[in-house]
Design a protein around this ligand. Sequence first.
Ligand code: SF4
Length: 435
Amino acid sequence: MKKILLLNPPSMQPVFRDCYCSCPSKGAFDIHPLDLLIQSGYFSTPDYNVFFVDAMIEKLTFSQTLARIKSLSPDIILSLTGAIVLEWDCLFFNQLKSALPTARLFVSGDIARFEPQIFLQRQPEIEGILLYFGSNGLLEYIEKGSSPYVFTSEQSFSSTVPIQSFQYPLPNIDIARQYSYKLPFFYKPSYYSICTSFGCPYTCRYCNTHLLGYARRPVDDIIEELHWAFKSGYTSLYIRDATFMVDKARTLNLFQKWRHSKLNFQWICFTRADLLDEELVENASQLGCCLMMVGVESYNEAWLHRMSRFMKIQDIFRAFELLRKYKIPSAAQIMPGAGNDLVNRKSYEKRLYHFIRCLDPDYISLNIFSKRPGLKTDDAGLLNLASHSQSYHAIASRINRKFYFHPRRIIRHLQKIVKWLKWGRTKDIFLTIFS
Ligand code: SF4
């Protein structure tokens, strides 16, 4: 029996680096390393003994993680990696390979996925890169010596790997429940992550997710996993799609089967404002949606269109009104500086804050543009954003303070705190306030 270790490596700063995306973690949020959980299902056979170490959630140091891995003595390691902590990850991989020279090392992560040649030239101790974490590519590669979903320095590379379907076995239950990942949005903070699709069909020019392609899971597979998650004791759910509800008919079909299953979850998701209409929002509300994170990015419609994000500002306002009407808390994702058509940054800041106040979301998430791996852009506006990131960070901090300390927001948060106190969640109150 071979031993395989699924590893979320240690890092000097809190980060997420799954689903071919890496970013700093904000607040007291624990996010499942989904690539690893999905892969755990493929290796749940009598031929493999699967181990899982999440050094991020355990807050392990390099040496503690190495000691743990040495004690497990795995034959194969699949580790996450991420562009924003690449230097540290590479340093760790060097130490890992020195400590366990015979272990076969594979990685999954944005920088490796989008720039595989460069990555392997830099880190020759890595045997291969998993190009599609929804596939059985790693298992196939280990068993047969090659797979279109594993990039190695010996194999010719096609950056557009064939992603025809998104079907995967249920995760290994022991791995899925080894750690308790928590988010403060739920009545029961310990939650389960599920995907209904992979990648994104849209083509926003500042985002690399669409470079992955797009594939949907069969609705019956999703329902089967919902049953499985519920039976495993979860009633809180994070739908991890980059963009949920892309296809209205399919989403309503999923909602209908979900309702017939009588499985009650509180759930959260990411979506686009222009996808939301009354029927979808009403159904989502009835099914227990307790947060929709909606990409807004900019108040400047012309800029959105230039970025291939064909969305009207009035549609964005309509979506937030619908969420209020059906009592679904909303989070607006905004990119400070995006579409800034004002030379004076003070005027821009005022205008952006006014826009956010009018939109009136429950939360805001202000994310400064940085050029993501794989993204080829010569757009002057985006390059300008990246070169003035310090100023926009300062704008984001001021807007965050003004937004969350506005009396209207304080009243809403006090209402939430009363609710949390009723739920017995005093610890979350402190974590949220001090994060
Ligand atoms: S809709 Fe969202 S995930 Fe999709 S390409 Fe645009 S920004 Fe990226």
